[in-house]
Write a protein that binds this ligand. Structure first.
Ligand code: 1QQ
Length: 417
């Protein structure tokens, strides 16, 4: 931004002295600055107007506009957990994004070309902050997709917002994500919608009266999910018998589960990421806890079945996406995904896939790979029909969508009836 203003000032000062001879030299400088990425500050640099950039090699900076006959070149950053104990989320997200990128680049040939720079956070806030700074300042991306966890978004959202770079969460389900600032978006259904849906639907079938809660106490998503579960349990008039917690990466839950077993609740509410959550479910069943188990968004990954095996049977979760949905759009996505990766997509892959489609639609609407124009186009999104449902944003850019309730049966999730 500073450099862009300096360039404009230089242009103006000299224009008044020797109009034409200097004009050519100035244009050369403007192009050179734009091509080396110095013009990338969020709004269109002077070199982006069609007549000025005609004849140059467009497509190397984040804010190159669409010039006659040239596609919009959009470089997008992706910040995912690609290693460590929650890596299956990031893998699904990368798969969904790559599939969408191939489809979109083929469908928009000559109009829009997307490239993606991936960064792995390992689930750590510090790594997420470094990744976002690198993407914004070095790679000069037009926008960022991710990060995977809400706790990471709370750390990096303010950084992207300050740098006026749109950041788009595809799996951040905690309340308050959009309050970070006007450049922060998400298409992931908040747990405040998904969790009560699952609990109410299950309540109508089982009419449980007592509940126990167990959650990860040092992860924003898990804590927020626990609070939503507790509030919903109270709203349903349930008697909460005990609340237990543990930390990320814990593997032994026998002390907490022993206390829960003593209380014999009708329903056990679990708020955790897939690894800890699946181990809790497994241990609970192995210890003889026979309560109905309801989980949160963290369980929407097939790793649950790998870790918990048969003990996952009966686990109830809400999700905006089911690969079983008999909708032509969903089935086309499921088939393309299976053909490419040899397995069915989960919700994380689906929301990533939709996220890039939304980004592409918004870039085409913006008419340029320009951070500010893209932000405005994203903010005006309405009735986007994705594989994970229909999406609009409310006035705070929160997604408005619906959750379906699923239950684990024979190693996969099927609609809850
Ligand atoms: C969040 C989540 C996690 C389950 C994402 C992997 O929903 O952190 O908000």
């Amino acid at each position: 931004m500073m450099k862009r203003q300096a360039t404009e000032k230089f242009v103006n000062n000299n224009k008044t002295k020797r109009p034409f001879a200097l004009w050519a030299g100035m244009m050369f400088l403007v192009f050179a600055l734009a091509l080396t990425g110095c013009g990338g500050g969020g709004t269109s640099a002077p070199a982006n107007t069609p007549d000025q950039s005609a004849g140059t090699d467009t497509g190397t900076t984040q804010d190159e506009g669409q010039t006659a006959g040239q596609p919009i070149e959009a470089k997008i950053g992706a910040v995912f957990i690609l290693s460590g104990s929650a890596a299956a989320y990031g893998e699904a997200q990368r798969n969904g994004l790559e599939l969408a990128k191939e489809e979109l680049n083929a469908a928009n040939e000559g109009k829009l070309h997307l490239s993606i720079v991936y960064e792995d956070t390992g689930g750590k806030k510090e790594s997420a902050i470094n990744a976002v700074n690198k993407l914004i300042n070095e790679d000069q991306v037009v926008s960022i997709i991710g990060p995977t966890l809400s706790s990471e978004m709370f750390a990096v959202g303010p950084v992207a917002n300050e740098a006026e770079t749109p950041i788009f969460g595809i799996s951040n389900t905690v309340e308050g994500i959009n309050d970070i600032g006007p450049y922060v978006f998400r298409n992931s259904l908040p747990e405040s919608i998904a969790v009560p849906t699952a609990m109410k639907v299950a309540y109508e079938k089982y009419h449980f009266k007592t509940a126990a809660l167990i959650y990860t106490n040092n992860d924003d998503f898990s804590v927020s999910g626990y609070e939503t579960m507790k509030k919903t349990a109270k709203d349903l008039g349930l008697d909460i018998l005990t609340e237990q917690s543990f930390a990320l990466n814990d593997v032994d839950f026998s002390a907490q589960l022993t206390k829960i077993k003593e209380k014999n609740p009708d329903v056990l509410l679990v708020s955790a990421l897939y690894k800890e959550g699946s181990l809790v479910v497994k241990s609970a069943r192995e210890m003889g806890i026979d309560a109905v188990i309801i989980g949160g968004n963290g369980f929407n990954n097939p790793k649950v079945f790998e870790i918990a095996g048969d003990t996952a049977e009966g686990l109830i979760v809400a999700t905006p996406f089911s690969p079983e949905k008999q909708d032509p759009k969903v089935q086309a996505f499921v088939q393309a995904y299976e053909a490419k990766y040899g397995k069915k997509p989960d919700q994380f892959a689906a929301q990533a896939y939709d996220g890039l489609y939304i980004m592409a639609e918004s870039l085409l609407k913006a008419g340029a790979a320009d951070r500010q124009k893209l932000r405005d186009a994203l903010a005006s999104l309405k009735d986007f029909e994705g594989v994970s449902g229909k999406l609009s944003f409310d006035e705070n850019r929160n997604p408005i969508g619906e959750a379906v309730v699923v239950v684990a049966k024979d190693g996969k999730y099927v609609p809850f009836e």
